[in-house]
Design a binder for this molecule. Structure first.
Ligand code: TYC
Length: 104
């Protein structure tokens, strides 16, 4: 078992690491479904993930083929906002498109 001194050292080291560590980043992914039109997904990727039409099309096709693909990597609050904006846009248009975030 660690002594009190060793425990204090462990706590201080962890606090220092947390202060120095860059914040965790989150990848935002789109998931495939059978109903959302391909063209709608391409437009979403262009609008919310700042991709050109060619790149957006490649990402959409990867989702269609593999079931999911990454659209970008962001700090937590930005990733979360993008997920909410994409879901709100898809629901308003009547599409079941799913968008999720995962720690990178
Ligand atoms: N699979 C959809 C279709 O065939 C296209 C699609 C692509 C849907 C990507 C969702 O995230 C998605 N219309």
């Amino acid at each position: 078992m660690a002594t009190k001194d060793e425990n204090s050292t462990v706590v201080v080291r962890k606090e220092q690491e947390e202060r120095l560590k860059p914040p965790p980043m989150y990848q935002v992914l789109l998931l495939n479904d059978d109903y959302t039109p391909m063209e709608f997904v391409v437009a979403i990727i262009q609008e919310y993930f700042n991709k050109d039409r060619e790149t957006a099309t490649q990402i959409m096709l990867k989702v269609h083929r593999d079931g999911r693909a990454m659209c970008g990597v962001y700090p937590k609050d930005i990733a979360s906002t993008k997920v909410e904006l994409v879901l709100a846009h898809a629901r308003k248009a009547g599409h079941p498109l799913q968008c999720v975030m995962e720690e990178a």
